[in-house]
Ligand binder design. Sequence first.
Ligand code: NAP
Length: 308
Amino acid sequence: MRETDLMIIGAGPAGCSAAIYAVRSGVKTLMAGGAMPGGQLLQTNDLENYAGFENPVGGFELMSAMHKQCKRLGVEILTDENVKIEGEQSPFLLTASNGEQYKAAAVIIAAGASARWLGAPGEEKLKGHGVSACATCDGFFFRGKEVVVVGGGNTAFEDALFLSQFCPKVTLVHRREGFRADAVTIEKVKNTPNIFMMLNCVVEEVLGEEKVTAAVLRNVQTQEKTTLPCDGIFVAVGAVPQTAWLKGSAVELTESGLIKVDTHQRTNIDGIFAAGDCTEPEFRQAIVAADSGAKAGIAAASFVNLHR
Ligand code: NAP
């Protein structure tokens, strides 16, 4: 069994910020993330609102820089997105998916959030065959094709803009007339001639056998149904916290599955902290995740140093 002061579960902006603060407080820090650690930012092309960059920075580029910074400071990064916590008292026993065990005085959960799906008939069957939740990852395969983007937030609007660069027709489908996306991005979409909007519409069904051939839309005001031929459907309807693995554990969750934390990012278990999108009900921004990660890193380091 390996021993460490702090185990951080998740290697997105919250996990990295936590790691940077903790390791610089003299705390031995392990951070576990997936094979491509970095969370949802890896799916973002250009960030224009992360302070410190004069020009837009790519999500992958920003995460790579954070990981390099962590490593330079002495954080060890584990390739494992399924580290489980056992026990309710510090030191905690943690088990990696390869069975390797760790003992850590403190834990920070920064597991992030993952795509929410529509639940429409045909969606599940055609995931990976035209249905995608990541325009940045899969957009390339739709060059020259007609696609649909579903949602009214920043992700949907940015996905539509990204896809419009190489898809001749992008239809943004949104269930009402108001948007959550910010004004600058909405304006850019409105000024893009190959992006069309179908408002007050929901995707009723995804059609296709081997691959997507059309989306059946229903106007929620008139109930009228339209079949919109398309080759791809990009679902961008928000995210759900990645906390299902904590259900039934002693860590308290809210009704919507967020980890309950106090102002010091402490959970209900002494020595377990949480940060980032798995705790954030409203402001799911990279910089907000980094902010709560920093707080969790400082608080966890104090906990470790107090209990040495
Ligand atoms: P979001 O802001 O929560 O927007 C989700 C959208 O999907 C909403 O318009 C919502 O409609 C719609 N929706 C939800 N469930 C639906 C369903 N079942 N069927 C149809 N439509 C549904 O999510 P997001 O766009 O992923 O953004 C998440 C956070 O990340 C936000 O804080 C956003 O600002 C941030 N973000 C920032 C950037 C950036 O700054 N570069 C990029 C991407 C995301 P309603 O509006 O009717 O609820």
